[in-house]
Design a protein around this ligand. Structure first.
Ligand code: SAM
Length: 220
């Protein structure tokens, strides 16, 4: 292994150790974080900075989420949905999709910024990842592929999009940060017949979910 690759490998191990210190204990999740090279999805000059526990700009006012945030959302999903079809809203860098793919899910992802969609699609193809990627307003879901065993929304929503809840399978779950512009609470919905059970977790600060069933883009 070349020196540069050894350094990145070491930094990735350190990132996983940091996640453990922050309370991420799920073995499947930790293994996926060890397996997926986050630096490939990162747009900084110094590639090893990809393994700091921070959110970083990826262009167009968007970010690759902090590893802890990705790990927590992934844990919430893995603990409720062992396998199956997952829809991610907000492809961004493509890192979260790659983590879900490494966990063995069948991954569908939607991005509303054309350049980010194109960049992620190229990267998935270069890395030979079998991830279905689509350009559009993810608040409306992906009707032709529904129902999904799980849906993960990686942008902050003012409320849960009804279209997404409708596209959940029975007993399926949706993980979504909900709140105002400056702070959102991680929320998990589980579909049980005509009802949806809701669980609440930590607060985060996400970029906005902009779309027909999200924020109006004139607000930002
Ligand atoms: N999952 C991403 C990753 O791993 O890099 C995180 C990306 S960022 C925190 C959130 C993304 O959601 C941005 O790329 C943004 O353009 C996208 N987004 C916001 N509203 C959206 C919508 N209605 N449909 C699809 N994508 C949306």
């Amino acid at each position: 292994m070349k020196e540069a690759e050894k350094l990145l490998d070491l930094r990735r191990k350190e990132m996983v150790e940091t996640l453990k210190l922050y309370g991420i204990t799920n073995r499947r999740v930790l293994d996926a974080f060890q397996d997926v090279p986050r630096h490939l999805f990162f747009k900084g000059e110094a590639l090893d900075a990809a393994y700091n526990d921070g959110a970083y700009p990826i262009g167009f006012g968007q970010t690759i989420s902090q590893p802890y945030t990705v790990a927590l959302m992934t844990t919430l999903l893995v603990e409720r949905c062992f396998s199956g079809k997952v829809l991610e809203i907000g492809t961004g860098s493509g890192y979260q999709s790659a983590i879900l793919d490494a966990l063995g899910y069948s991954v569908f992802t939607v991005e509303r910024i054309f350049e980010l969609y194109q960049r992620a699609e190229k990267l998935f193809s270069k890395c030979r990842l079998n991830i279905a990627c689509r350009f559009g307003d993810g608040t409306l879901g992906w009707v032709e592929e529904a129902p999904f065993d799980a849906i993960m929304v990686t942008a902050g929503a003012p409320k849960e999009p009804e279209s997404l809840l409708r596209q959940l399978a029975e007993n399926g779950c949706m993980i979504i940060p909900i709140g105002g512009k400056d702070s959102q609470q991680m929320t998990v919905f589980r579909k049980e017949g005509n009802n949806c059970k809701r669980e609440l977790f930590e607060h985060f600060m996400f970029v906005p979910l902009v779309g027909r069933e999200g924020w109006d883009d004139t607000v930002f």
